[in-house]
Write a protein that binds this ligand. Sequence first.
Ligand SMILES: Nc1ncnc2c1ncn2[C@@H]1O[C@H](COP(=O)(O)OP(=O)(O)OP(=O)(O)O)[C@@H](O)[C@H]1O
Ligand SMILES: [Mg+2]
Length: 630
Amino acid sequence: MKFINLTLHNFKSFAGDHEFNLDRPHGLYFLKGENKSEPRLGANGSGKSTIWDALFWTLYGKTLRGLKASNVRTWWLSGSCETSVEFVKDGVFFFTVRRSWNPNSLTITEGNGPSRIVTQDDLEEVLGLGPDEFENAFIIGQFSHMFFDLASAPKLALFSDIMGLQYWMDCSADASAQVKVLGNDQHEIELEIASLDGRLEQGEEALEEARRLHLDFKTLSANTLMDQQDKLEKSQKDLTASNKELKKHDHLDELQSAIDEMEDKIEELTSKRSVEGDKLKSARGKMDKAYAKIEVVEEELYKFEGVEDTCPFCNQTVSKAHIKKEVKALQKKKDKLNEEFFKWDAEDSKYSKILDGINLNVTNLVKDIGPKRINWKIAQETVHEIKSDIQQDQGEIDKHKENIKRIKTEKNPYRDQIDSSMKNISALKKSRKESNEELKDTLTDLEGSKFWVKGFKDLRLFLVEEALLMLEVEVNNCLIQLGLINWEVKFDVERETKSGTVSKGFQVLIRSPDNEELVPWEAWSGGESQRLRLGGTMGLANLILQRKGMVSNLQIWDEPSQHLSPEGLEDLVDLLAQRAQTLNQQIFLVDHNSYDYGGFEAVFCVEKGHGGSQIVVTEDEIRLRDGGGR
Ligand SMILES: Nc1ncnc2c1ncn2[C@@H]1O[C@H](COP(=O)(O)OP(=O)(O)OP(=O)(O)O)[C@@H](O)[C@H]1O
Ligand SMILES: [Mg+2]
């Protein structure tokens, strides 16, 4: 990261507009101060630290001591406070970050593009560094705790943050959460499998039952069919027999015709008999009449017997001739009547004979027709019975045929049940297989996740070891430059104890030419500690930039000289100058003390008067700007 420029507007003691070029040649620069408004304070309170506060505030929205918002605007002014930083990232991307308070705004401009409002997170993503990393790599602040000064836990936390080691703890926690989720999944899948097994067992029982019922139905159907076929056969035999029997009674019609014929004959004879009877009756009536008349005539004739001359009827005397005549007439009449009588008698005989003939015929016919009628009746009843049997047989045949057809076409209702049971079992088996696969995958994942719960922690420890080695190398290099020849720094961080627990902490241990054993750095004097502290801070700064793959053109050391002896100060300045050359950086040494050192690239003075602070360019700076240089 290459810083180009910094501007301040009404920022803390810098009232009005100020600009500070950060794109200077590499080398060690000295920033001193002069408090003209309160001369007794000397360089104190002039505004030296404020410049770097402005840089930090622009990038992170707070000062190096954590002040925000209204605290950064120049106390005696109203209106807004604004700062901006220009920098180049990765050697090509030119950015301008501008932050203001009242109104609040944070914008970023890339190259000549339009400025856009961004969040702090957006900005930090562009910067690629968080505030802690920035503070430890760029501005070793006057009030910042140096790395070695931090207590063991914050030291470890900072180290973890910088090395991104928390990431692996998070990964381990994620793996642990995943173990829990997968464990629940495993439990649920096992429950599902148990439920599927239960349902499968039920399904198989249902299939077995359906198959049994299917077979029962089939057997029953076959038996019923056989029974119906037997019955059909029997009914057909019965029908054949009945038809045969019926055939035997074919003469019934002939018999009927004969009876009819005889009846007709009887009827005809009866009517003839009536006619002939009438004739007989008429002849007999006439015969009777003739006979009665004969009797009358015979009576009259009788009366004339012995009569001589007296009329027997009128008692008058009549002649014998007359009487004779009378008798003769009567005889003649009698003869005629007799003749008539015999005529009718002959008629009577004739008709009687005819009637006798008719009666004989009728009697014979009646005699003949009786048995015939009985035979006919018996035969007719038999035929009726046979026909009724035939009808019944036909009915039976139809019924059996219908039953056979029905049985043959009838669908086994348990076929569907078998099909649906088989489908159900197949679906359940498929689900069971899928669940087994799922369980297998889950168990594999679970094993993997269980492995990574520890695996990520192990990886983290491995990375910690690696990072510590790098830090040790960086710090030990700086110690030599700080005059601590044959001194060695060793770090010890959390380790897994024998009992499997992790002992947390970050210990700095020192070996010097005077002690073979490693001892805590807190054991050393103020000056020694300050050199070790500076070495630790430089080493950490190098490590941060190295880890981020960053090259910086700037580093600020604000008041690092406490506790240092004059030799220590000399070593510090030499080391910083050497670092500036090696790292190709502008290193700003900010101090209220003056240094008798001719190697500064330039010296700046921050003067604070009644109107506020301002950066005054010293003669050295003018010399440099004019192309002089050392
Ligand atoms: N918002 C503000 N407006 C105006 N002045 C402020 C504001 N905040 C702080 N100051 C003052 O700005 C001055 C400069 O402070 P700074 O910390 O930059 O001094 P310094 O030069 O680093 O001094 P030292 O050598 O003591 O560290 C101080 O006197 C401080 O009281
Ligand atoms: Mg200061």
